[in-house]
Design a protein around this ligand. Structure first.
Ligand code: ADP
Ligand code: MG
Length: 231
């Protein structure tokens, strides 16, 4: 037990160091990306230099997203609870996802049972949860496909809100399923492997849970959140 405690402390120290490092790296990256962006604008679109500067801008963007993932994962979880509605949060996500869905030629279908869907939580973090799941779904369907989001209420040991996000992207090998929520597990060349780890942690902090399985032509992620009684 003592060894585990020491190990835990060491992990916490490494996590804090990673968070500090990620934070410190952000400012110079923003500067580099900003100036490279100006170079892109000032150079003729056909020149080799334009291509170089454009590549810098794109790669800086990728680094910024990776740092944001690392920060989100290592930050101490502080939740600003407020009464919110799962349907509103999902609709908000659809709006933010429009261009990503279009870029991937993914068609969105929704099946919402009658609302409202009252939950108690941090709307910003919950939005992050569903955006991560929708982004993964899009990335699993590079040649297009369909995304089906359902929202309903169920009674398990207590009343819950159930959101399922199903894609047609081919799913995952069975032996991979137990590993996907582990930090840094990724099968993508440029993935961070932190998306589902962040999703899992946010949901746990909200008293919820997530499960993944294969169904039909793809994967389904099912999110469960405790429903709060309308006052
Ligand atoms: P990343 O997206 O950076 O790889 P995630 O934690 O979001 O990290 O996902 C971990 C892995 O789980 C992915 O690399 C992929 O192999 C698998 N995965 C997640 N969502 C899906 C999905 N909808 N369909 C197929 N595989 C998925
Ligand atoms: Mg991801």
């Amino acid at each position: 037990a003592r060894e585990r405690l020491v190990h835990g402390e060491r992990l916490a120290a490494i996590g804090e160091m990673a968070a500090n490092l990620a934070h410190e790296l952000k400012n110079p990256l923003i500067t580099i990306g900003g100036f490279a962006g100006r170079l892109v604008k000032g150079l003729p679109g056909t020149s080799r230099e334009h291509h170089y500067a454009d590549t810098i801008v794109k790669e800086i963007g990728r680094l910024e997203r990776m740092l944001a993932d690392i920060l989100a994962f290592s930050r101490k979880p502080t939740i600003c609870y407020s009464a919110c509605d799962a349907g509103d949060i999902l609709r908000d996500c659809f709006a933010s996802c429009t261009t990503t869905l279009e870029d991937h030629c993914v068609s969105l279908a929704t099946s919402f049972e009658d609302g409202p869907w009252p939950i108690l939580g941090d709307a910003h973090q919950l939005k992050q949860v569903f955006l991560n799941l929708m982004l993964n779904a899009c990335e699993a369907m590079p040649d297009g496909g369909s995304l089906h989001v359902t929202l309903k209420k169920v009674s398990l040991d207590k009343k819950c809100i159930l959101v399922s996000i199903q894609d047609s992207g081919g799913g995952m090998p069975a032996d991979m399923l137990p590993k996907i929520f582990t930090p840094f597990f990724t099968t993508k060349p440029h993935g961070t492997g932190l998306g589902l780890a962040i999703v899992n942690r946010i949901l746990q902090n909200h008293g919820g849970s997530i499960k993944a399985r294969n169904e039909g032509r793809g994967a389904v992620f099912t999110v469960t959140l405790p429903q709060v009684e309308a006052q």
